[in-house]
Ligand binder design. Structure first.
Ligand SMILES: [Mn+2]
Length: 261
């Protein structure tokens, strides 16, 4: 039997901080995502790309992100996306990122890298995107899971349903997802909360905190439970946008049916 331990994660993406059009709503939404990690007692937070809206967001916005991360005493794993690419002029190379809180982790290797959190029995793998092109394959090179740890992969990617034959940048395919060795595939790039699980692989988009919520007064995140007996359970947790730390989870929907494919 497995030695893996039960853990809970919060998964978000596409927070688009510094988005002028939505003003500080994106910032308020991200602060609530941080609150949700404590409220739902998750062990770590995954932020799967398009954290920032564009490469020229002011330093103030980068500092805001790091200040929010520093509110938690648990790991926050960040993957760059196509709006916040990890190239030579990446915003992740700017001054604010020279002084990061100790719980901040950034996946920066284009060929992929694993961050191991031994205290949680958790390995997190992902490829940093340097160019958003059809040639970039976000799942390529994913390692096998170890005996003792959970393997969670992060990918900022476009999932091709079988009838979607368009050529898109950063593509992933049903067979690729089914064959992926991870226990959970945390996806970003889509605004909506979508289940794209294939075969034995649980794979979900969280959607953006605001874009996946049922209305403008709420945010949503993916609540991911990894359990050695029950396997992987993913629910959409919906929380009020206003209300502070004391306002709880208002809804944790039953696992949604898989989309027809
Ligand atoms: Mn994107």
């Amino acid at each position: 039997m497995t030695a893996r331990r039960k853990i809970r994660l919060i998964h978000t993406s596409d927070t688009h901080l510094g988005d002028d059009w939505r003003g500080n709503r994106t910032e308020a939404a991200f602060a609530r995502v941080i609150d949700s990690v404590q409220q739902l007692d998750a062990a770590a937070l995954l932020v799967v790309g398009d954290v920032f809206d564009h490469a020229r967001v002011p330093d103030r916005v980068l500092e805001f992100y790091l200040e929010q991360v520093a509110r938690l005493d648990r790991p926050v794993i960040t993957l760059p996306g196509n709006h916040d690419l990890y190239h030579q002029d990446s915003l992740y190379r700017r001054e604010p990122f020279r002084h990061v809180p100790s719980n901040f982790h950034l996946l920066t290797r284009p060929a992929g890298e694993t961050i191991t959190l031994p205290e949680l029995g958790l390995e997190l793998w992902g490829r940093a995107m340097t160019e958003h092109t059809p040639e970039f394959r976000p799942l390529e090179g994913m390692p096998a899971a170890s005996e003792a740890n959970w393997l969670v992969a992060l990918a900022h990617a476009h999932f091709h349903f079988p009838n979607d034959t368009e050529s898109r940048s950063s593509p992933i395919w049903p067979t690729e997802v089914a064959e992926a060795p991870c226990h959970y595939l945390a996806l970003g790039h889509w605004e909506r909360h979508v289940n794209v699980s294939q075969g034995e692989t649980a794979a979900w988009y969280s959607g953006s905190p605001l874009g996946s919520a049922p209305d403008f007064d709420h945010i949503s995140v993916n609540l991911v439970d990894l359990d050695p007996l029950l396997g992987v359970t993913v629910r959409q947790a919906v929380l009020p946008l206003e209300g502070g730390v004391e306002s709880g989870l208002i809804e944790a929907a039953a696992p949604a049916a898989r989309e027809e494919s």
